[in-house]
Design a protein around this ligand. Structure first.
Ligand code: NAP
Length: 284
């Protein structure tokens, strides 16, 4: 793939930043979608000095907030006529139950609705590209999720940080499979990935200092370097080998089976319908 337009969310840190550097080094035009303007500016400089590529554009939004996603997508649609790759990467871990501005539990808002909303609002640009790709960053932690509990999207039940994260990452995989099927008529490929256990600040951003310290120490000692963790992002976004491959789950640049429940058509349909209902729009 040469000279493609690639949008990467959460490109101010960790895996998204690394993917942006290397994809920009391959000569692509990169749109960074970051939460924070200052961190975004620093990422632009970092990427430019890494790759020497000046085709870098920065937009900011809070991707856990529906109106913010709709607004930034509107700006991007004014500035670009097509998008070859949407890399949905931004994600987070929340140690406590909190509601988003839309009244959604923060983990599901930030990790699932983020992808659902942004993909919906940018779909016209992806259709315009012909053979576009959507890459959803999920996680092997989805294997531990036994179900999708729609009530937990809005109600405080038994909140546990890891269970909430695992559910949100199962949602990423279920969404990927539904979307791959629905976008096949448009020639848009949709795949999900697990980056591995990677040393990034993700576990130390939202609250609990003890959890953050454990995460930082363990991921530094036992995790992959971000350069290795971002390889599936780069492969799925930029490699010719991926042409024609859709509806798969990747780890280390190879497709592998996701959890049994992620193939459950009933659960895929439930998540899709409830996501549309909660969002207040039909996706297609
Ligand atoms: N690290 C791992 O071991 C691991 C394993 C499996 C899956 N993953 C997945 O990999 C992806 C990237 O995570 P990472 O490890 O690279 O963590 P990271 O370094 O914390 O990067 C996450 C990025 O997402 C952005 N972000 C989070 N919430 C946002 C919001 N509401 N609006 C806009 N941007 C937002 C962050 O912005 P700020 O810089 O402003 O915080 C940051 O740029 C996530 O989807 C994560 O679930 C990571």
């Amino acid at each position: 793939m040469k000279n493609k337009t690639i949008l990467i969310t959460g490109a101010s840190s960790g895996l998204g930043l690394q993917a942006a550097k290397e994809l920009s080094g391959q000569g692509h035009e990169i749109i960074l979608l970051c939460r924070n303007q200052e961190k975004g500016n620093a990422a632009v400089s970092d990427i430019q000095s890494f790759s020497g590529n000046n085709k870098i554009h920065l937009y900011t939004a809070d991707l856990s907030v529906h109106a913010s996603v709709a607004e930034v997508a509107g700006k991007i649609k004014k500035d670009f006529t097509k998008l070859d790759v949407l890399l949905n990467n931004a994600g987070a871990v929340f140690d406590e139950f909190k509601l988003s501005a839309d009244g959604l539990e923060m983990t599901i808002a930030n990790n699932h609705f983020n992808y659902f909303w942004l993909t919906h609002y940018l779909l016209d640009l992806l259709k315009n590209a012909g053979n576009a790709r959507i890459v959803n960053v999920a996680s092997d932690s989805h294997y531990k999720a036994k179900n999708i509990d729609i009530e937990s999207f809005t109600q405080k039940k038994k909140y546990f940080v890891l269970s909430a994260y695992e559910q949100s990452k199962l949602a990423n995989v279920l969404f990927t499979y539904s979307l791959a099927e629905k976008l096949q008529p448009f020639g848009i490929m949709v795949n999900a990935l697990h980056p591995g256990f990677v040393y990034t600040p993700i576990g130390s951003k939202n609250g609990n200092a003890f959890f953050g310290m454990v995460w930082n120490t363990a991921s530094k000692l036992f995790g992959k370097k971000v350069e290795d963790g971002a390889q599936s992002h780069i492969y799925l976004a930029g490699s010719e080998e991926v042409n024609g491959i859709t509806g798969k789950y990747f780890h280390n640049c190879k497709a592998k089976p996701s959890s049994a429940i992620s193939y459950d058509q009933r659960l895929q349909d439930l998540l899709w319908k409830e996501s549309e209902r909660i969002s207040g729009f039909p996706f297609l």
